[in-house]
Design a protein around this ligand. Structure first.
Ligand code: NAD
Ligand code: UDP
Length: 383
């Protein structure tokens, strides 16, 4: 048995995966999923590394809502135990387990995979600060690359061969064009991006040697927003590097003003343009990917973005509208390594998965603001 959709067709069972109807079947299930997450039932247990983090936590909520069981495996180096309690509260699900562990700890990984009878892994665990990756490269190669190798070796030993990997638009580097296609040759310009590309290469090599593996390399653009409950959201430690969490901290009064890094770019208002994607859309992309890999033993490389770009000033305006707060800012010099503009060509993900980002900039700002207003100190004051 493959999938059972109770909601839309009474009880529809699909048993075949290798026929010409695959695209149609996939589109059907992705559509049903989008309409009603609880309508699709998959009797599976997914290990989510880094599942207590920003993108991981939102994805875990959607996996639970889709009827999957989830084991979060996280060393809490950039997250909090409180996230797990929030997810339980939010979903009311009893199908969530949490293991505090490090992906570089072979024994802990093996136990998690074997004892929990895992069928697929969604691999978010990693370090992601570009600046820090330049000053502490070994820490990044160890955590992101060595950690992924340990995870894959242990998956191999336990006969688990489905993995969805968090890659990044950073792998593209600085190509000639601003719209990035999956076949744009990758050339990351920093250590963080290189760790992502190395893991992509490892997974491509693994697929060549083990054709039965089911692998997705998802290249995220700029994730923003939060769950609309206001219970979970992005919780950066220290001074945020990224635009949206910095603006949210200004709005809530934690920081006085935003520094806008340059207004002399060749863009309509002179500030940098980026493809911001709501974290809920991103999470839905992971569920659609798991569904696809279940049907097709393939390797997918997909951009997850909206295909639309907004400037820094656009985001300030939209956040002011959503929050009713003024966002004071000062234009300063360009940030080293920044590009004027980049955005996704998201058409392949739509064609293959039937997935498309749904939520616009106003919703991204409104949900970020709700999260920040309700949790000005993030999770840090929650036991
Ligand atoms: P995050 O820091 O909020 O989440 C990562 C989680 O992984 C954290 O909970 C952290 O505690 C955990 N972790 C880190 N190293 C670990 C280890 N060795 N063992 C176990 N757990 C570990 O980051 P996020 O924004 O949710 O990003 C998730 C993934 O997506 C990362 O791999 C990141 O590189 C990638 N990504 C993020 C963005 C972004 O802008 N947020 C963009 C592209 C790609
Ligand atoms: N940015 C800014 N001030 C900040 C943080 C970011 O002006 O405090 C700008 C940055 O120059 C870029 C855009 O906002 O044009 C998005 O930056 P972010 O770091 O969020 O994403 P990335 O540049 O990594 O895509």
């Amino acid at each position: 048995m493959f999938w059972v959709d109770e909601q839309n067709s009474g009880s529809r069972t699909i048993t075949s995966s290798n026929n010409d109807d695959t695209q149609e079947i996939l589109a059907y299930f992705t559509r049903s999923y989008c309409k009603n997450k609880r309508g699709t039932e998959m009797e599976e247990k997914i290990l989510v590394t880094g599942g207590a983090g920003y993108i991981g936590s939102h994805t875990v909520v959607q996996l639970l809502e889709a009827g999957l069981s989830v084991v979060v495996f996280d060393n809490l180096s950039n997250s909090s135990r409180a996230v797990i309690d929030r997810i339980s509260k939010l979903t009311g699900s009893k199908s969530l387990d949490f293991i505090e562990g490090d992906i570089r700890d072979r024994t802990a990984v093996r136990h998690a995979l074997r004892d929990q009878k895992i069928s697929a892994v969604v691999h978010f665990a990693g370090l992601k600060a570009v600046g820090e990756s330049e000053t502490e490269p070994l820490k990044y190669y160890d955590n992101n690359v060595s950690g992924s190798v340990v995870l894959l070796e242990e998956m191999m030993k336990t006969d688990i061969n489905t993995i969805v990997f968090s890659s990044s638009a950073t792998v593209y580097g600085n190509p000639e064009y601003s719209q990035y296609h999956e076949d744009t040759p990758p050339a990351p310009a920093n250590v963080y991006g290189r760790t992502k590309l190395i893991v992509e290469d490892i997974l491509r090599d693994l697929k060549k040697s083990q054709p039965s593996w089911r692998i997705a390399l998802l290249r995220y653009f700029n994730p923003v927003g939060a769950h609309d409950s206001g219970l979970i959201g992005e919780n950066p430690k220290g001074i945020p590097n990224n635009l949206m969490p910095f603006i949210a901290q200004v709005a809530v009064g934690v920081r006085q003003k935003l520094s806008v890094y340059g207004n002399d770019y060749p863009t309509p208002d002179g500030t940098g343009l980026r493809d911001y994607i709501h974290v809920e859309d991103l999470a839905a992309g992971h569920l659609a990917t798991l569904q696809y890999l279940k049907i097709k033993p393939t390797l997918l490389t997909l951009n997850l973005g909206t295909g639309q770009s907004y400037s820094v000033l656009d985001i300030i305006k939209a956040f002011e509208k959503a929050s009713g707060k003024a966002i004071p800012y000062e234009v300063v010099g360009r940030r080293e390594g920044d590009l004027a503009e980049y955005y996704a060509d998201p058409s392949l993900a739509e064609k293959i998965l039937g997935w498309k980002a749904q939520l616009g900039i106003d919703r991204m700002c409104a949900d970020t603001w709700r999260w920040k207003k309700n949790n000005p100190a993030g999770y840090s004051n929650i036991k």
